[in-house]
Write a protein that binds this ligand. Sequence first.
Ligand code: M6R
Length: 359
Amino acid sequence: QKDGYRFFMEKEIYEQSNVITDTLLGRLGTDDIIFEELDPELFNGINEIKLCACGTSYHAALSASYLFERYARVKTSVEIASEFRYREPIMTKDTLFVVISQSGETADTLETLKMAKNAGLKTLTICNVDNSSMVRLSDATILTRAGVEKGVASTKAFATQVTIFWMLSLHLAKLRSTMDNGEIIKQIELIRQIPGAVKVRDEIHEKIKRLSKRYLHGHGFFFIGRDIFYPLALEGALKLKEISYLHAEGYPSGEMKHGPIALADPELFTIALLPEHMLYEKSKSNVEELSARDSTICAISPLQFEKADDFIATKNHESYMLEFFEMMVVVQLLSLEVSIRLGNDVDMPRNLAKSVTVE
Ligand code: M6R
């Protein structure tokens, strides 16, 4: 049932607040995160975390790497499953191998889990489907509670994956004593605010509907961001590609001058993620460089940005992570509205399947 929404994807974007609330349920203690499903032994002797996934789940994994290293000070690497499988990787037993998958059935990701098991590594699956192949195979599982996701373009699953990773980074920080209790308590309070941050605001949705009229004529799109906003930029670009069939690329803002800026012209739309609490000045100057070379700029930020051709005003949040979650909704809505204007089948985009169980 679409419950009055035009497409399942739209419904799923609007559901994010509720499914994140479900994902948090029973997991937020006063000064610790509670994962009852995890045996504390799982982290014994672990000096490194390797995350492996495909598509949107890979972007969630990339986001996790920023959080794990920042908060838990644990060395973290991220792998695209289809690459990892064939490149004769070195796997050491002090590595926790984590696969991330909405479906739990993606063939390449499943194969990497088998490789890790064969190499004797401890394994953890972050998954939305209980009893899926990955859940059955892995030593431990944390379930996201996104509910059934029907749109081929993943939205609410990604939202719950990043929520789990924020919590897991704090859980590890506590175990490894890399953050003091006061700081962990503060972060838990911020996590409680995620459901509010992802609630779709009418004025934002209306603004995006208006912008989509012009954006469907764009020749190309750059989504740019720094730090954890870089994986979000990748995710924004993937969403637009998948359902609008427009060429979009995600880039770290600081990389533009190393080549991509050569493409700048008025037909190139730059979607700039400009959070207040993460490298604002640096990101802003990267966007100014693109503006000076005539790219059309759409800035997503709580801070007014006079060089922007279009501006989507997000709220002033206390933390960059809450800004991340609100901006996630903005990029999801942008791809949704452009796709609807183009008359595409948003939920069943051409050439794609919900679950990729072939290699
Ligand atoms: O079920 P999985 O999370 O393992 O799926 C991985 C990708 O196939 C999936 O995220 C894909 O990229 C989505 N269509 C993205 O919207």
